[in-house]
Design a protein around this ligand. Structure first.
Ligand SMILES: Nc1ncnc2c1ncn2[C@@H]1O[C@H](COP(=O)(O)OP(=O)(O)OP(=O)(O)O)[C@@H](O)[C@H]1O
Ligand SMILES: [Mg+2]
Length: 416
């Protein structure tokens, strides 16, 4: 936490760095006291490739929120995503009777220590060199033959099993984030996988209980998370997003990426059946080429092809991982890429599930600027910080890499 009980988070995205400051207002509501985005040029597909450019973008966004909130940013919560992220489900097992000081049957009660121990054993998957675990999220516990337990503390048994969801990242990529944040004059308080953050700010309790998927279409990555009544079942960060749509348009119309992005934002649609065939717009020729008229329907066909492929690749990933069965309340879309008109009918056609856009909930923002799916990650990071860091403020304060990666079991037991 920073001065005056204000939380600060930074979503370091491929197209924008978004800084947000918020303070708890009353129960479960956060009041946004600063919000700023600055263009990001130092990332490729969600991963930092230029530390100094990233540090500069972070500083620019922070300058703005420091001025509006009247504070100096110190420790910040940052999002992490990109191709270097890998996730898996793992199982750990321990014997409760193994502890030497417990001989009697009536004393075989499971303690928090046992839970910590079984989670440690679930983490003992052979990680390749250069990778770190960033999240260990308990899903369910089994005591002897009784499965599906959320919290086994106080139960009696001889065998304790834990199923967990592990998220790992490349150490080098993570260090680059720490360095960029340091060069911007701050320290990383916590790393949060971006779709885990987004889930915090846009999903309802009911959706999480029933089972839901969230898909964040950013500029350089498309991230997904699936949550069932047992918690986080699956996370993935895929290396494509709205930038690909932009470069398709630039390639087909032979214009610059900047021009293509502008046309996409102005005239773009990704469900051709909903567009009007006789509407046209001008495209300025580049490098001596003639200006042209483009039909909006034809334009939307280019976009629909890429967006359809993007959604099908996410669907294939969810199918491969056996996730479709958990999506009882459907899918929620976030990220700037989901703002393209036509996304709802297109996603319905691809997934054949209920679909909605995810705007942040549980915030007071007098400017109403956050009321948009591209702020799902930034607001989710703040929600995460407020829920978790207020409970144990000193947990990561030493700022060393090892401590940053300390597991956050308690948080996930309470919040997913
Ligand atoms: N109204 C809109 N219509 C179509 N596309 C849009 C619209 N608004 C934003 N986008 C696209 O959304 C993308 C940016 O989304 P977002 O801000 O969520 O990305 P990011 O967080 O910077 O990137 P990432 O999460 O992939 O690292 C860009 O490709 C942009 O062109
Ligand atoms: Mg993003």
């Amino acid at each position: 936490m920073n001065s005056r009980g204000i939380y600060i988070a930074v979503d370091i995205g491929t197209s924008k760095v978004c800084a947000i400051a918020a303070e708890p207002d009353h129960e479960d509501i956060l009041k946004v006291v600063g919000l700023s985005s600055s263009p990001s040029t130092g990332l490729r597909r969600g991963t930092i490739v230029d530390i100094e450019a990233t540090a500069k973008a972070i500083r620019t966004a922070l300058d703005d929120i420091e001025a509006s909130a009247g504070i100096k940013a110190g420790q910040i919560t940052v999002g992490i995503a990109g191709e270097h992220i890998a996730s898996l489900n793992a199982t750990g097992v321990i014997g409760i009777a193994d502890l030497s000081n417990r001989g009697l049957e009536k004393e075989l009660k499971i303690t928090q220590e046992d839970v910590d121990r079984v989670i440690e054993s679930a983490k003992a998957v052979g990680l390749p060199n250069g990778r770190r675990i960033i999240h260990v999220i308990p899903q369910q516990f089994t005591v002897d033959d009784e499965a599906g337990l959320r919290n086994p503390v106080g139960m009696t048994g001889r065998r304790l099993e834990a199923q967990v969801h592990l998220v790992t990242s490349a150490t080098a990529s993570t260090k680059n984030i720490i360095t960029a944040v340091r060069h911007a004059g701050c320290q990383v308080k916590d790393f949060v996988l971006e779709p885990i953050a987004s889930a915090q700010s846009v999903l309802t309790e009911e959706e999480k209980k029933v089972g839901v998927g969230l898909i964040d279409i950013g500029a350089g990555t498309t991230d997904a998370i699936v949550i069932s009544k047992f918690g986080v079942e699956h996370t993935v960060s895929l290396p494509f997003g709205g930038n690909q749509v932009t470069s398709d348009i630039a390639g087909i119309l032979r214009i610059t990426d900047e021009q293509a992005d502008e046309l996409k934002l102005k005239f773009g649609h990704c469900f051709t059946a909903e567009t009007e065939v006789d509407k046209v717009f001008d495209v300025k020729g580049v490098g001596g080429r003639q200006d042209r008229n483009i039909n909006e329907s034809e334009f939307s066909m280019y976009i629909e092809a890429r967006m359809d492929e993007t959604l099908r690749m996410v669907k294939a990933n969810l199918e491969e991982n056996g996730m479709i069965k958990h999506l009882n309340s459907g899918l929620v879309f976030t990220g700037g890429g989901s703002k393209i008109p036509g996304i709802i009918p297109l996603a319905k056609r691809v997934f054949d599930l209920p679909v909605r856009l995810g705007n942040p909930i549980g915030f007071i923002d007098t400017t109403e600027r956050i009321d948009s799916p591209e702020y799902a990650t930034a607001t989710g990071l703040i929600a995460y910080a407020a829920k978790f860091q207020s409970e144990e403020t000193s947990r990561y304060d030493s700022g060393t890499l090892a401590r940053l990666f300390k597991t956050i079991t308690d948080f996930f037991q309470k919040n997913f």
